[in-house]
Each structure stands twice: as structure tokens, then as C-alpha cells.
Design a protein around this ligand. Structure first.
Ligand SMILES: Cc1ncc(COP(=O)(O)O)c(C=O)c1O
Length: 454
């Protein structure tokens, strides 16, 4: 049915659009099993023909799922259900999107209410939700971080932070960290700490350097060299805890020292809190673990409450002043739209009323105490673990062992990251409000998986 008949077929495009809209508009109990199987088949085909064939070899949801690929359909809290009704416990958390879980009722309700009022903005009238959200975030952030710009993705937040740092300092250079991850648009990619994504696209932004994460001496040395040779550095950027690298926690004196070093060299400090922000690490912000106020902070992922994409970069009035003479220096037609703001406001309400940071702290400690026991029992499988709050990384001796764990969990209906080529460190990043009983269930299935690995 979804086979392409001709290169261009406008009638077919229209009938296919309306077919899917009709299907999703129907109550779920009126979608037949035959239709569900059809969706699963077509989704695999459509990925191959129109998204990227590469994914089909790479995702466990295709390679490990049997006759029908696991086809995302619905979810609630920490449970995900595919089109055929197969249920998974979600400990991947959309890599940090689902801090409040999937479809948190308060967040969905807020977005639905705003959808019925005004989903996007006029671009001319003053939009109240964006202004209100900025005020609320201004009261949440450390120090005098008070002015902000909203966009839709983490990488856009980093791009904005980079632009602001260059604009404010009049300098062009950046220092980032090895293994760091800040997004994949060209500016953010220049800061990426992994060769495979940067190398094929060289040259990227000039005057960017990398220092080992967690090593304040290395940063100081690099800044001293830059000063000595006349390379002008606008900012140093790092994640408070490296997420994509596998929940790498720096030494406790790292962030306070980085703050002091940046001040001494007159370099701005950008904290990329896209993954660590808003409760994930057991505090509202990752930098709160060390009581540090950065000059610019980037937020993303959880900010949209797992319902609408949303991100931000935030700075102090002193820095933001440079944007005032021409407020059009940075713009986005859809950034901070009313739906995204209604989601973010509801997320903040949920985060504070349910004490999501506190829940993350408690459950993170519990999971890590259990991982400690598992490491002692299965040292040849689990070689280490680390993390803060519910940003936890399990470390395996090889990609192969890691992949066996990821696929073993998948077979036991627990959703984690981990691919054939990238499974040495697997993150546990569930919703911060994941019920305790589900945490225990995941740990049981993890041990069961370990037992099954030779
Ligand atoms: C710390 C950090 N910064 C930036 C990004 C990029 O965010 P996005 O994928 O929304 O562009 C990510 C995504 O994983 C991230 O973890």
C-alpha cells in the first residue's frame, strides 16, 4: 500500500496524509490489529525509503524485535507501548526529554488548553507565556541569570550561547572538552569532543580547542597558552556532568576551579545544561551540585516537559545588554512558541511540586548501591558505574558485552540505549518520577540479563 508508484504523485500524497490523520484521530480501541501490523510494516518501509536505511540495521527495535519492528505508538509515565501492544519499561527517557515521564497529565492538560487558545504567536504582539516563563526561569536559575532566548532544540541553545559569547566579548575562540557533546549543527559541532562527527566536516569554526573534561589544570594551561600566543578566547563550554559520554562526573573541585580560572582569564563560562538541567542530577541544575553560577546557561530536553520541543540560553543583564540595541540580532520564528511555553511552565510546576530533583537524588543513590552489588557479583560484565541523580552510566569491558546487556534488557522489555558499535557505556536515564517498584523490576531484569551472559 505504501509502495511508491511514481516519482511524483500528488493525489497519492494527499490520500496518504488523510489516511494517517484519520487513523490517529480514531480512539485507540478502534484501531484493528491488522491496521497495527500494517503500520509496523509500513513504518519500517518508510524509514528505509524516506528517512535512512542505516537506522534499520542499527536499532534494536528492528534487529531484535522479530517479525514486526517495535513501532512507537503510545506511552504513559515510564511505560511505552508499541503499535502491537508490546509494553516496555523506559529507562532511556528519550535521552533526557522525559524527566516528568511520558504524557504527564498536568503538562498535557496545559498544552491542550493553550492549543485551544493560540498555538503560535503573531510575531508582533507581546506574547505573555514567553515573558512569564522567562520570569519564572529567572527566579529558578542561580545568580543573576535572568535574560533568555527560547528555541526548539539543544543545539540551537548552544549556537545562541556561542553567538552571545562572541558578541559580548568581541573574541572568537572557544575551548570545549574531549568527549563533550553539544549538538550537531555546525557551530555546536565545532565544540564536539568526538572525531567521527567532526572530521568529515572539517574545517569547522576556527580557533576552537579541546581540553580533557574534569581536568581544571588542563584548562588553565590551555588558557595560558592562548594568552601567550594571542589567541582570543570568548568562552569555555562544558556539560556539568557529561551525558552523551556516559554520565561522566568530574572531580568535586572541578566546577569551582573552572569558575575561578575563567574569571581570572576574562573568559565566559558556558554551562551546557541541556541534559543535566531541571532536576536530572538531583539538583535543579547540574551546576547546583557545586554551587557555581555560569555566565551563560543552555537548557533543552526536559524543558518541554516531554511534550513540546523547547530550549533556551540564559545570561545575566550585564551580558544581555549587548543584545539590546538590536534585539533582532538573534531571532527564531517558532522559538518559545505558546505551546512550548505552556509545556515548560507546566513542567516547572511538576518538577517543583513533585520534587523531581529530590526523587532523582534518592533513586539515583539507590540504583548505584544496587549497581555496586551487581559489579561485585558480575565483575567480568559490569566493569564500573558512575553518575549523579538519575543520570547514570554503566561501564562494560567491551562494546560487545555492553550490547549483549542492552539487547538482553530489550528482550526483557526494558528500553535502554546501546548499539552494536556504541555500548561500552550505557546510560540509565529514566523519568525522575519512575515508581520505586519499576526501579526494582528494572534491576531484577538487569541481573537476570547479567546471569544469561556467558
Ligand atoms: C549536553 C547536550 N547539549 C546539546 C545537545 C543537543 O540537543 P539536541 O539534540 O536537542 O539538539 C545534547 C543532546 O543530547 C546534549 O546532551
Amino acid at each position: 500500500m505504501s509502495e511508491r508508484k511514481e516519482l511524483r504523485d500528488i493525489k497519492y500524497a494527499q490520500s496518504e496524509s488523510s489516511r494517517m490523520v484519520e487513523l490517529i484521530s480514531r480512539p485507540d480501541d478502534q484501531v484493528t490489529m491488522a491496521e497495527r501490523e500494517q503500520i509496523a510494516k509500513e513504518t519500517t518501509e518508510n524509514f528505509g525509503n524516506h528517512i535512512n536505511k542505516g537506522f534499520l540495521e542499527y536499532r534494536k527495535s528492528v534487529t531484535e524485535a522479530g517479525d514486526f519492528a517495535l513501532t512507537e505508538w503510545t506511552g504513559q509515565g515510564s511505560m511505552m507501548t508499541d503499535a502491537l501492544g508490546r509494553e516496555f519499561i523506559d529507562v532511556l527517557g528519550g535521552f533526557g526529554i522525559y524527566s516528568a515521564g511520558i504524557r504527564h497529565p498536568k503538562i498535557v492538560k496545559s498544552v491542550k488548553a493553550q492549543l485551544d487558545r493560540s498555538p503560535q504567536y503573531s510575531q508582533e504582539m507581546l506574547d505573555p507565556l514567553r515573558a512569564h516563563l522567562a520570569k519564572v526561569l529567572g527566579y529558578l536559575t542561580p545568580g543573576d541569570l535572568q535574560y533568555m532566548f527560547f528555541i526548539n532544540s539543544g543545539t540551537e541553545a548552544v549556537e545562541g550561547a556561542m553567538k552571545l559569547a562572541k558578541f559580548y566579548t568581541g573574541k572568537s575562540g572557544f575551548i570545549a572538552t574531549t568527549a563533550g557533546f553539544h549538538g550537531k549543527t555546525l557551530g555546536a559541532l565545532s565544540l564536539m569532543g568526538k572525531a567521527c562527527y567532526r572530521e568529515p566536516l572539517m574545517p569547522l569554526l576556527g580557533n576552537t580547542r579541546h581540553v580533557p573534561f574534569g581536568d581544571a589544570d588542563a584548562l588553565e594551561q590551555q588558557l595560558a597558552i592562548c594568552e601567550q600566543v594571542g589567541d582570543q578566547i570568548a568562552a569555555f563550554i562544558a556539560e556539568p556532568i557529561q551525558g552523551e559520554a556516559g554520565a561522566v562526573v568530574p572531580p568535586d573541585d572541578y566546577w569551582p576551579r573552572v569558575r575561578e580560572i575563567c574569571d581570572r582569564y576574562g573568559v565566559l563560562l558556558i554551562a551546557d545544561e541541556v541534559q543535566t538541567g531541571l532536576g536530572r542530577t538531583g539538583e535543579i541544575f547540574g551546576v547546583d551540585n557545586w554551587n557555581v553560577t555560569p555566565d551563560i546557561m543552555c537548557l533543552g530536553k526536559a524543558l518541554g516537559g516531554g511534550v513540546v520541543p523547547m530550549s533556551a540560553f540564559i545570561a545575566s543583564p550585564k551580558i544581555w545588554k549587548v543584545m539590546e540595541p538590536n534585539p533582532f540580532m538573534h531571532t527564531s520564528t517558532t522559538g518559545g512558541n505558546p505551546l512550548a511555553c505552556s509545556a515548560a511552565l507546566a513542567y516547572i510546576d511538576v518538577m517543583l511540586s513533585e520534587d523531581l530533583p529530590g526523587q532523582a537524588k534518592r533513586k539515583g543513590k539507590y540504583i548505584m548501591s544496587k549497581l555496586d552489588e551487581l559489579q561485585q557479583k558480575y565483575p567480568a560484565i559490569l566493569s564500573g558505574y558512575r553518575g549523579k541523580g538519575l543520570l547514570i552510566g554503566m561501564e562494560f569491558a567491551t562494546d560487545e558485552i555492553g550490547y549483549n546487556v542492552a539487547s538482553g534488557l530489550f528482550k526483557r522489555q526494558v528500553l535502554t540505549a546501546g548499539t552494536l558499535t556504541n555500548a561500552k557505556a550505557i546510560r540509565i536515564e529514566p523519568a525522575l518520577n519512575i515508581p520505586d517498584a519499576l526501579v526494582d523490576e528494572v534491576l531484577n531484569r538487569l541481573e537476570d540479563t547479567f546471569k544469561s551472559i556467558k
